[in-house]
Design a protein around this ligand. Sequence first.
Ligand code: FMN
Length: 237
Amino acid sequence: VKLLVNALGPPPPDVVQQAHDHGVLVAALVGAPDQARKQREAGVDIIVAQGTEAGGHTGDVATMVLTPQCVEAVAPAPVLAAGGIATGRQMAAALALGADGVWTGSVWLTVKEADTNPAVVERLLAAGSRDTVRSRSMTGKPARQLRSPWTEAWEAPDSPGTLPMPLQYMLIAEAQTRMHRYADGPAGQLVPAPVGQVVGMMRGRPSVRDVIYGMVEEYVATVSGLAASLPETAEAN
Ligand SMILES: Cc1cc2nc3c(=O)[nH]c(=O)nc-3n(C[C@H](O)[C@H](O)[C@H](O)COP(=O)(O)O)c2cc1C
């Protein structure tokens, strides 16, 4: 293990200490610059600024706005940008915002190597960027996922409302296991599918290798194109 990454609040000091004692770096996901500062105070080495468009638990500020705020809040500590990054152009944009690198999630759900439930893969490949919703229905905290009859039912006027973390997941865990088990039938529509808005760009079933090389090649082409677009006088300066 080279890196221990946590989310939903600073890690306990003894965990950070143990990781550091073993030469393991610690990173943390944040959705606001004050959270980034708190993580640094707790001894976290790398901040992951995760915008609202990300899949899974996420805040409400977009990557484009959040990343430079976090970079400024914790400089010179390294910051990775997350949320909505699946291509080389998006990676170049993140580095332009001051990030030292990027952190990705959604893009891996539909690669050939992924063990994502086939019923979920089908729904992901058919989804557009407006088909996700931040819903508390899975864990009690807002997590971006595909909108489904399940998320809609939890938002309906006759819904009893969700329970706070960790009770909501304890409440639905058994039902969720059954949804997974019978996912090749109608229950497949209900299986919670955490994914970000970038789902609208995820098409086909590339390999991990294709995704990595595609990102790197597009990143290099994008940055070279931007450099070439500078006026000569600016370049000379
Ligand atoms: C299916 C799925 C599960 C995730 N689970 C976790 C998790 O358990 N812990 C965590 O810190 N982040 C989790 N994330 C968030 C990712 O670490 C990452 O920040 C996010 O996916 C980046 O945005 P993107 O989805 O637009 O690439 C999850 C994301 C997805 C899509």
